[in-house]
Each structure stands twice: as C-alpha cells, then as structure tokens.
Write a protein that binds this ligand. Structure first.
Ligand SMILES: Cc1ncc(COP(=O)(O)O)c(C=O)c1O
Length: 332
C-alpha cells in the first residue's frame, strides 16, 4: 500500500480532528512561559516531561515513554514489542497508519473487520490468529469507544495489547487503570488532539516499568526537542483551560450531531471531537467534499468501500459549526 502525505491549504480544517476550541490565550500563555536553551541538548529521554506525565496519570516515571508524536510511539512499539515471528492484529476501519507501522518494520499483520455497526467483532476467533492486538479507543473514524469487557478479553488472550487513546480526553472511558493489573498492556496518548498541540509532535505511552526500559533501547535519544518538551510541560499546567475546551467540544458535538441528523446525515454517537456520518443518498461523498472545499471547508472522505458513503467531520467552535451548517445548506 502506498502512502501519501497531502499538503493542505488555508481551508477550515474539519478533516484532521485538531482541537479548534482552545482560545488564543492558551497559546499566548504557553509562548510567554517558554524557557529553553538553543545551544544545549535537551534531556535525551525527556526526563522532566516523563515525570510530569507520570504524576499526571498517577504512575511511576519508568512507566512513561515520550516520543516524536504518537505515530513515532506506535512505530517504536511495533519494532520493540511485536517479535518478527508473531502477528499483529488491528481492526478495520480504524486509523489507517497501523498497517504502515507494521509493514515498514517488516512485521506480519492482519486486518480484523469490525462488525457492521463498527463495534469490535462479537466472535473472538481472531484472537487465535494473533499474538498482539492494536485497538483504537475511542476509534478513529467511528468515534465509538471499546467496552472494558472487550479489552479484558483481548488482554487475557494475547501477549500484547496496545490501546491507542488519541481521542480519549473527549470520552468518559479510558483504560489506564488496567495497566497495574496487566503488564501486557500499553496505552498510547498524544498532545496533538485535545491538548491542541499537533505542531509540537509529542506523543507518549504508558506501560509496565519493564517495558518502559525495553522501549528506550529502541528509541533514538533526543527524540523530543527542547521547544516541544517545554510546550508540553507548560500545557500540562493548563489542564483546566484544556478541560474547558473539551466540555465545550462535547456540547457542540451533541448540537452538531442533532443538526446533521436533521439533514439526514445519520451521525454515529461519538466519544471524540469528530462525527462519522453516512451522507444522504442524493449526493456523493466526493461531490460534497469538493463543494465544501470550493467554499473553504475541508472534511474527510474515504476511499475504502465500507466508508465510501461516509464523511468525517471535526467538531469546531459554535461559530465554525454554524458556518459549516450554513455552507452545507447552500450545497444541499
Ligand atoms: C487514532 C490516532 N492515533 C494516532 C494519531 C497520530 O497522532 P500524532 O499527531 O500524535 O502522531 C492520529 C492522528 O490523527 C490518530 O487519529
């Protein structure tokens, strides 16, 4: 499978699930507080950031690793914890980079189809075919979280379970508490989504202390630069501003969902900052995408057959969502 990295224009970005609800002051305050040396190397393994994240999650600092975006975290996890003679299973549809991480690390991987309602398969035979499972909860692009019971079934049947919680801050259900009980669990998080900091490329993972040491053996030192590290540390102190934006997003998500439902877009219930919708029959997803793009709004469409008639829309602030809905009404 080829992979392409399209450059984007100046359209309203309702396609990449960034947090569009953080106020300018959040960024201004972070910039005002930055203190780093351009001359000196940063900490080779982001010691201070790891300690702060450990405190933040009530874990030991040895249970935290920090890397250059959660993409890098997932890539290093593949390399470190999925042996060459084992098979990684990931669900479909989900975050499309999973297959890329497996193939570029020369790991065997299989795609496990989600049930028609986008929940994890009710039959668990797939667990006999894999040694490691990568699950996204809440899932991108469905927006659905994975129930605790299903996560436990996976954990009890495989050697490694990785949960990508990139959007979990928008959900009431995370699975961090399982780390103390299951040392075959790794949880992956990012500063790119709810924390509103996709530009700094900082992701991290939570795991057993033993696994934390193993990860470091496969990670390049100085992988997080001084600026990114300082920004992430400063953001952690602004938790209440981030929480406020999350609450507003959830409010807006429910309003946008009702509005889209009124327009026959059939949004799925979402635990994230985006909505996966089955578009109305009278317009093709590609046509809708193009019409919106021409009016300065970018949404996400899909090529794979199961999602051909779906679109994914990031929740913006009230004004952005109203503008999107008005533009949509113009087109429909
Ligand atoms: C589910 C999921 N995981 C991971 C990532 C990668 O995030 P990062 O910016 O931390 O590399 C994304 C980005 O869209 C995502 O949707």
């Amino acid at each position: 499978m080829g992979i392409s990295y399209p450059e984007k224009g100046s359209e309203v970005p309702l396609d990449s699930n960034e947090n569009l609800l953080l106020p300018e002051e959040y960024y201004e305050d972070i910039k005002d507080e930055l203190y780093f040396s351009l001359r000196n190397y940063p900490s080779p393994t982001s010691t201070e950031l790891k300690r702060c994240l450990a405190d933040f999650h009530g874990l030991n600092h040895e249970q935290v690793v920090v890397d250059n975006g959660s993409d890098a975290v997932l890539d290093t996890i593949c390399k470190t914890f999925v042996p060459k003679d084992s098979t990684l299973g990931y669900f479909h549809p989900s975050y499309e980079m999973y297959s890329f991480f497996a193939s570029r690390n020369d790991r065997k991987a299989i795609e496990i189809p989600l049930d028609p309602d986008f929940t994890l398969p009710s039959k668990i035979d797939y667990l006999n075919e894999v040694e490691a499972v990568l699950v996204c909860s809440p899932n991108n692009p469905s927006g659905l979280h994975v129930k605790r019971k299903k996560i436990i079934t996976i954990l009890e049947n495989v050697e490694l379970a990785v949960i990508d919680e990139a959007y979990v801050e928008y959900s009431e259900r995370d699975h961090i508490s399982l780390i103390e009980e299951y040392d075959n669990l790794i949880i992956v998080r990012t500063f790119s989504k709810a924390w509103g900091l996709a530009g700094i490329r900082v992701g991290y993972a939570l795991m057993s202390a033993e696994k934390g040491v193993e990860y470091l053996e496969n990670m390049l030192p100085y992988n997080v630069n001084s600026v990114s590290s300082e920004v992430a540390l400063s953001a952690l102190e602004k938790k209440s501003q981030v929480e406020k934006s999350i609450n507003k997003t959830i409010e807006e998500r429910e309003r946008l969902s009702d509005e889209l439902d009124d327009r026959s877009f059939n949004p799925l219930p979402s635990d994230t900052n985006f909505l996966l919708c089955k578009k109305p029959a009278f317009i093709e997803a590609s046509e809708l995408y193009q019409e919106l793009l021409e009016r300065g709004i970018r949404i996400r469409t899909f090529e794979e057959p199961r999602l051909e008639d779906h679109v994914r829309i990031t929740v913006g602030d009230r004004e952005t969502n109203d503008h999107f809905l008005e533009t949509l009404d113009e087109i429909l």
